[in-house]
Design a protein around this ligand. Structure first.
Ligand code: PHE
Length: 334
């Protein structure tokens, strides 16, 4: 049948034309030539259908539609390929030019210090635990042997959350120390205990070069049958030396905390000067009683170190406020 042959020829010619079109303009030309409504080749072929005999008509009509659909699909595929820029961009793309370097982020110096502390304490056999930053009075004060009338509970020295009090059934505050995690841990596990907890604490201090109303502490707690103060000092010395270098010294000064007895202030000598880094002591028997441990059976030490202090020494930062300003020019140095 001549008409069917004409359709095949049209299809072959269209395929060749589509394949050799190499720009969007050329493919548009091919479309006008083969599928154009006014003068396109498809239009000419369509007029042939009228010349077919009555029996041939259904076959011819069906074939015409198939051929036109195929050409349309091939055209679209080719147009998409050209439109994606594959061919055109190639010509002025210079693969030897240096690329645009992506700006890389890095961990915050405090985060770096925390990660490093965790790793060091892990090597000393301490497990890392977490506690909530929003606390009740039991964990922040009562179980830590801080009496009802102790000035540490003063509303002016703490961030109490007045609106939460009703639903919580008692005063709620942002924890003022990570010692809360000592209590939370001992409530849950039996001795022996060897944990550290690193995180944020909150106190309404006036912002200056060494004070911030939010800062970070590392709390440590070790409880077992014969834990001693000498072990505490050895551990803190080893820890400080692993972090800052072999010539770092640790010294204890007598002090007082309601939750330790005896209590000490811990100083560290580094680069010729003494710097206070935190508090420590032997866990007070009342704290053990509050969590159901028997103070006749076990003893323990606890310490709380200011993370910012170490971080400032280590990275030679002289103003604590730099850590919280989110100035990229500062942060990208680390
Ligand atoms: N919680 C005390 C503080 O924030 C530090 C401390 C922790 C002291 C553990 C003794 C034992 O000042």
């Amino acid at each position: 049948m001549d008409i069917l042959q004409a359709f095949s020829d049209y299809l072959d010619a269209a395929k060749t034309a589509i394949a050799s079109a190499s720009t969007l303009e050329e493919i548009e030309q091919v479309r006008i030539e083969y599928l154009g409504q006014k003068k396109g080749k498809a239009r000419e072929l369509q007029s042939l259908i009228g010349k077919a005999s009555k029996e041939e008509k259904p076959v011819v009509g069906k074939r015409f539609n198939e051929v036109r659909t195929e050409v349309t699909a091939l055209l679209e595929t080719r147009r998409d390929a050209l439109g994606s820029g594959a061919t055109e961009v190639e010509s002025d793309f210079d693969p030897t030019l240096p690329g645009i370097a992506p700006r890389l982020g890095n961990a915050h110096p405090i985060t770096k210090t925390i990660t490093h502390f965790r790793e060091l304490m892990g090597r000393f056999g301490f497990q890392v635990v977490e506690g909530p930053e929003i606390e009740d009075e039991r964990h922040n004060f009562d179980a830590l042997n801080i009496p009802e009338d102790h000035p540490a509970r003063d509303p002016l020295d703490n961030f109490y959350i007045a609106t939460a009090q009703k639903t919580a059934g008692g005063p709620i505050l942002l924890r003022s120390q990570t010692s809360t995690v000592q209590i939370r841990t001992m409530e849950q596990v039996k001795p022996p205990v060897r944990i550290v907890s690193l995180g944020r604490v909150y106190r309404p201090d006036t912002f200056d070069a060494t004070h911030s109303c939010m800062f970070h502490q590392m709390e440590g707690l070790m409880v077992d049958k014969h834990v001693t103060m000498a072990q505490l000092k050895t551990l803190l010395s080893l820890f400080a030396r692993s972090f800052l270098g072999p010539d770092v010294e640790i010294r204890f000064r007598p002090s007082f905390f309601p939750f330790t007895e005896p209590s000490v202030e811990v100083d560290m000598k580094w680069g010729g000067t003494w710097l206070e880094i935190g508090g420590a002591g032997m866990v007070d028997p009342n704290v053990f009683r509050a969590v159901g441990y028997d103070p006749e059976e076990v003893s323990g030490f606890a310490f709380g170190l200011g993370i910012e202090r170490f971080c400032m020494k280590h990275f030679e930062v002289d103003d604590i406020r730099r850590f919280y300003e989110n100035d990229v020019r500062f942060l990208q140095q680390f």
